[in-house]
Design a protein around this ligand. Structure first.
Ligand SMILES: [Zn+2]
Length: 290
């Protein structure tokens, strides 16, 4: 699943080609059209497909940014502003190509779902192998309140005090620490892979209750989350399963993982254990993390 570093690289891959361009037209895949007809809201959420077109076609993409695990496209037409908000789900991705055949990975080439024809003659393509991703067209962020609940970006100054204050909320007190740091209202963009890795670096068992961590451990865990996210960005993300950059190349973070889907602990040599904690598969070293 694309986490903050992977989404950051998707954004970096498309922004130079798509920012400043007008969206001339949109093409939907059969799956998107069939899904809408069956009320399944496949990928395009919240609007009828024609309405989505009305608020997207002939709009200029004035900017593209990443916020947590979302990609945000700011649109404008004759002073009217709209926002395209996309979550890549389990295996979604954006590509900018001259034609569909130029998408390097056969799976992504086959599973395209939305094509935005840009006025520089390039195609901005949303592909999604498992179709868990989504694209919304909003008049403003107020129209999608859960987006406004997302914690500050982890590299922003307010992120640490925001995270520390979450320990005082009763909602988190009986939940495993792993589940707490996966919550984007606590830390933005930290998904399963990076949560497992940060907990390993901090020497904290993923099932630990937040109240059992002292002040120093809480802060340390935050710094390790930020460290693994930064390492993920620096190495181009983690290319496990389907993740690829917008240009089809792969990240190398998977070579630097200590516990996620690993067999043996690189520190003590013990076997890495796997357990479902807070509903997600967790990988940890029972010796180094307690
Ligand atoms: Zn170990």
């Amino acid at each position: 699943m694309p986490e903050l570093p992977e989404v950051e690289h998707v954004k970096r891959g498309i922004k130079p080609f798509a920012k400043g361009q007008k969206i001339e037209s949109i093409t939907y895949s059969d799956k998107v059209q069939e899904g809408k007809a069956a009320n399944k809201e496949t990928i395009i959420k919240g609007l009828e497909l024609d309405t989505f077109k009305t608020f997207t076609e002939q709009y200029i993409i004035t900017d593209i940014e990443r916020r947590s695990k979302y990609i945000v496209f700011y649109l404008e037409k004759d002073g009217d502003q709209r926002i395209l908000l996309s979550h890549l789900g389990m295996a979604g991705g954006f590509f900018v190509v001259d034609e569909l055949e130029d998408i390097g990975n056969a799976n992504y080439r086959k599973h395209w779902h939305v094509i935005f024809q840009l006025d520089n003659h390039k195609l901005l393509v949303y592909s999604d192998i498992r179709r868990f991703g989504e694209i919304r067209n909003l008049p403003s962020f107020d129209a999608y309140p859960s987006f406004l609940e997302i914690a500050p970006e982890p590299f922003d100054e307010e992120a640490l005090p925001h995270y520390m204050a979450c320990y005082d909320k009763s909602y988190y007190q009986n939940k495993p620490i792993k589940q707490m740091i996966l919550d984007h209202r606590v830390i933005a963009g930290c998904g399963n892979i990076y949560a497992c890795e940060a907990l390993f670096r901090a020497g904290i068992h993923p099932a630990t209750l937040p109240n059992d961590l002292n002040h120093q451990q809480r802060e340390m865990l935050f710094y390790y989350v930020r460290e693994v996210l930064q390492a993920g960005i620096d190495s181009g993300g983690t290319s496990i399963s389907d993740y690829l950059h917008a240009d089809g190349s792969k990240g190398t973070m998977q070579l630097h993982l200590n516990v996620y889907k690993q067999k043996y602990c690189k520190v003590c040599g013990n076997e890495i254990e796997t357990a479902v904690i807070g509903g997600r598969n967790s990988h940890f070293c029972p010796h180094c993390q307690n």
